[in-house]
Design a protein around this ligand. Sequence first.
Ligand SMILES: [Zn+2]
Length: 471
Amino acid sequence: MISLGRRLRHARKAKGLTLSALGELCGTAPSQLSLIENGRREPKLSLLKQLAAAVDSTTDELLGSAPPTRRAALEIALERAQRGPLYESLGLPRVRVSSRLPTDVLESLVGLQGELERRMEEQAATPEEARRANTELRAEMRDCNNYYPELEGQAQELLDAVGHRDGPLSHHVAADLADHLGFRLRFVSNLPHSTRSLTDLKNRRIFLTHGGQVEHDPRSVLLQALGHYVLGHQTPRDYSEFLRQRVYTNYFAAALLMPQRQTVDFLQRAKAARQLAIEDLRDAFAVSYESAAHRFTNLATEHLGLTTHFQKVHASGIIHKAYENDGVNFPSDHLGAIEGQTICRSWTSRVVFDVPDKFRAYEQYTDTVAGTFWCTARTERHSAGLFSLSIGVPFEHVRWFRGRDTTERNQSRCPDDSCCRRPPEGLAAAWEGQAWPAARANTHLLAAMPSGAFPGVDETEMYRFLEAHPD
Ligand SMILES: [Zn+2]
């Protein structure tokens, strides 16, 4: 109806007719025509025919779906937007859509409306889209056992080109790689806050920061920047592609820092000696425990015949990253997303936070509903907090690992609520309704739909704390 009115007004103006003049031609009151033009009344077919004839148009044209001009399209768009719930919710006055409204103002209003709608939709869609994308990507990684031969090949080619054969990849070699690819490195102290590196493709420069953020190995940051270039990445079209590119460049950087040939050789010797240990891999290649653990998952299944799982868990118990191809039962939401879920408090990745010995890795056997797993874990402090990094394997693979003789053992009945989601009955009886915590905002940002009365607050911990602090 709005369109018909707009088209009619447009045609009338084009013909140079006033409302009264058109009214006279068709034998209708100008007020009636005004209602029609404003989309408030629909003309009868007979009147529509008269109107069409009077403005040198046809009924088809007036009823057609495509607006006749940019101006008319804008008028229709603004009218629609102002009648929508979003505009209503803003509590702003309505702008009268008349011919006196300058076209640039109209353009601007419609543009702003469109952008606002787009952003609202984006905001609403992002968490779900992100979770979906993460889940898809994890399925892909699982299907290929987190092993990407073409990325291994591209990394090896590059290492061969600069003649790096043995030992950890030094900062010097990393710089050689940049050189070889024709990039100059520029170290600055004012890199944009939201970036770790910035590549200037036009002048072939890579900007890196002076600053010493411990958790971001400067070699990795540089190698990832090179990775986007070597792997031919284009601006990602959506979040899913963004995520995939990030996984591939991280993989590529890891394959440079821990080259396949040497790393597999190292791991195979350790396996033969039944001394597989993530710390040894970390030390041999001078990387972080997280990098070593993650790299282990790339090569374990393909080259060592071991299925495995990896977790990066925040001290609050929330999963930040996880991977498995050994059937371990990670908690997941209705979309299959793992990130943001809370790990069972009996699992190694949680228990390790309470282990006083931070010098050695902590190992534990855990009987779960999906079988018995052995895991080795460490904690590392990052700027976002304290995290546990852990690698686990099903019971039948444990004989190849150092730390298999641990006497630590735990039971997990998760996802059964009574395992660890609900506070023990005695505690709950003593404290239910008597505690009022303020949740730390950051602990539940990632969580999909946290359970319990206070999102992100662990009730068992809260009650235990209260028990331990008697009046
Ligand atoms: Zn549990």
